[in-house]
Ligand binder design. Sequence first.
Ligand SMILES: N[C@@H](CCC(=O)N[C@@H](CS)C(=O)NCC(=O)O)C(=O)O
Length: 314
Amino acid sequence: MSLLHTYVLPRLRPNLEVFAQISRPRHRIASQLNFHTSTPLLRILPEMAEDQPTGLKANKGIELLTWGTPNGWKASIILEELKAAYNKDYTWQGINISKNTQKEPWFTKLGPNGRIPVIVDHDQGGFPVQEGLAILTYLTRHYDPEHKFSFTDPLDVSRAEQWMAWQHGGLGPMQGQANHFNRLAKERIPYGMQRYTGETERLAGILDTHLATNDYLVGNKYSIADIASFGWVHALRFSGVDLDSFPNLKKWWESIVARPAVQAGLAIPSKSGFGNDAFLEKMKDDKEFAEKEHQVAEQIKAAKEQYGYKYSSP
Ligand SMILES: N[C@@H](CCC(=O)N[C@@H](CS)C(=O)NCC(=O)O)C(=O)O
């Protein structure tokens, strides 16, 4: 048993956003400790101090306030794509959602919903934008002059908006609830587990069907429509959905995850352990993790059987 399991994790608030736990690198977990700081920990103090932002730190360009989650990745990926395509640099700060930094007044003044991601455009008088769809469209409207990741044809603009709205109203909330009921809920509620895992599967099926005849969601071009859903698809295995059952979706995911800018975006604020690739690796390498994950999968399976769940997606 590591220090992480015996000492740190039990001390974390029990109802933390699950992504906050699994995506936090070891040295950041150390910042949860309030016992006497040992020498190795002292070496990382400056970084730990940065873990608790108390306000904005840039005065020009885009500043991103985020954490390593499927919603956070939407913003970091488009910013990395814009950086690769146009040399547009940006500043970021890690908002540790397990410490509720996103509920602090300086943050909610910028993002009233108290959730990440939020961007602030210092070149537009400190204009703040919350919500993934709004961030993706804001950034491309202002900083994608060649429409490398966005569209000019009004019908394609509408198509992209439709997929992004679908992600906001469907995939994100349903998969988020699947994670909650499968992993975080204080009680095991089989109805909730099978309902939300089932909905996530249904929605994965919608993407899979669309991608059977399209390489990307809109106009056969990688765009903000894809970026909006990518982060959630990247975490499907972790949510109890087998990506291998959706071959077109898997192919789409593989082509996007291979992009250097996507890899860079996934590493903001730090590399996560719950993407489909890292998840499979950890299942191979970490026996204890694999055992726990098998238990979760068995519970989901039993919940589906209990309520006669049948996969169906038009
Ligand atoms: N619809 C929002 C959702 C944002 C959201 O739910 N963010 C989560 C992280 S994935 C969060 O900040 N959770 C912390 C909290 O609920 O306080 C978007 O797409 O940006």
